[in-house]
Design a protein around this ligand. Sequence first.
Ligand code: CA
Length: 711
Amino acid sequence: MVYASFRNFNYIIIHTENPYEYTQSSFRIHNGDNSVEICSYSISDNNINIQLKDKIDIKKQYRIEYSGLNINISYNDLYNSPEFNEEFFCPDELGCCYSSHKTIFRVWSPIAQSVTLQLYKNGDPYTEEIPEKIPMNEIKGLWSTEINKDIKGYFYTYAVKTYEGAEEAADPYAVAAGINGLRSAVIDLKATDPSEFKNDDYKNISNRTDAVIYEISIRDISKNQNSGIVNKGKYLGLTEENTVNSNNEPTGLNHMKELGITHVQLMPVFDISWNSIDESNPSKYNWGYDPQNFNVPEGSYATDPGDPVCRIYELKKLIQTLHKNGIGVIMDVVYNHIFSEKENNFEKIFPGYYFRKYPDGSFVKGSGCQNDTASERSMYRKFMMDSTMFWASEYHIDGFRFDLMGLHDVDTMNLIKENLDKLNKKIFLYGEGWTLDTLLPDNKKAKMSNAHKTPYIGYFNDIIRDTVKGSVFIKEDRGFISGKAGIENIIKKCAAGCINYSTELNGPFLSADQSVNYVSCHDNNTLWDKIDISCSADGQDFKKKLQEFANAIIFTSQGIPFLHSGEEFCRTKYHCDNSFNLPDNINSIDWDKKTYFHDVFKYYKGLIEIRKNHAAFRMSSAEEIRKHLYFLENTPENTVAFILKDYANNDTWKNILVIYNANRNPSIINVPYNTYYKTAGSNAAGCSVIDTITGDRIKAEPVCMSLFYTD
Ligand code: CA
């Protein structure tokens, strides 16, 4: 294969297996209209290097012809070059800027030959309407125009002509849209605030390790018949107070308060593609990990998706209600790919810029979802920074969870953090730092093994996830809790927050607040299903013990605990390990399970109570953890025991002894002589004393976490 690409505005590299088979005089380089003059020609390795006499015009497609060969010259490398950024990087505010006397539109596309603003009265493209067309003017790739009248309530698109053809696109910077997100909307953002929203404040926490994160889907949390919630599957469903299940036990918001979590992590609430969910008839289910409009809320969760203001108002109302109830809001963001390679606004407006491509022009698919975005390119990096800043400042979002963060580059992630710091609200950032096959140098990927390059960003910790309960990829695989032998040291490493605790117990994190500790989330089997499949011979009571033990390890380990909603009462998805498009009867939370598994719920509530009342479990710095946490040596097999000593992190308890006994029999642990007050054991967790033992040997109950403190 032969590939040709521009490295800057007058330098081409042709990659070929046989560079010496070509001769300079036979090359013809042209852009359709004109031939281009070559001023130097050289060969190095498998490359032919061609210097052009004049600078090229990127609004045109250039081609190389050589006997039978006729190929396009790619701009892929040029878009990464300092020369390109110097000429075309656009620091201006983009999108639609409304005021009652004037609205300004700005869109960036240096390769566009023309851009026309199209104004519509209707937000639905399936209603026939001839738009008002307003040509836009360009300065160095920035196209803009002003409308000097009040156009609130109008919808708009951009008609863009490039060498690739003509397209109509919605505005990637739009903050409002019509039904199914196909036309952007002109609105007055100031008029979308619920009353008193100005006074709504962010969730205030001192350290990220103080958080208890609870992952929810707007649809799943209220959709079930027994949720007791009126606005089922809607943003407003979680603004309803005092809702109950069939047995009068709290559900929804009421339940989250009872459980004691500090933050919700909302699964996608940005505008999900029309392809996955039809906003006019949202009968089809989808999690929504396929963004269409990044800065617009999803319409199917609004009571009127046809009204562009409604979805904004109702999402803000939800955030305000959660804040009033002391709960912070973290948004799941999916900047790593878009629902379609070609049918997306970025590609229509500036084809070839926003996505990583291989030299043959094909899209890089490390996300497993068609197209990886190019966070390293300056204008997509700017978009990610602007978009997160928009949600944080306009909607009072307290944090972001980055889907497939390992596809983004560390520099962009750090810049997003720096940018959000300007708000002075301690916005929380973490993501999925998996190692993925994308076109980015390994040392630039925002993945867990590079965590030291992003000190203020957290990572989902798959070490603790898979060690505690077994691999998510092998259904039958067991973990520490279910009897896998010889992994005590990995459990110890996790209990210490996967920091550099010692030569033997050395994890990837600089501090414990980089470790998001969990055993299950929306992906893969629920915890209950995992236990059910991997311990199929055991009875329900034993499985409940495992359900409790798994998160007892999470809540007593250093780091940030994370729960998938419903886990606290044994949520099942009937063994489906990827429910992204399965119906509500698989995905929705069955609130009557809360009554059926009330003992498990009570246990989880107790774990949260312990953690919130005892700062020893919430240390951040590696130094503090090394100083205050020590492991008891010579403990029996399948047992881990440690002491958080000397009022760790100013705890009110002097020393805290934690024992994880995964054996099906009691274990005898040798401890320093003292009087031990027990507050957690089999089926019991909390802060009040349930037993007192004086001596230097403790009999730890089987298959559970035991917790004692000393004065
Ligand atoms: Ca949508």
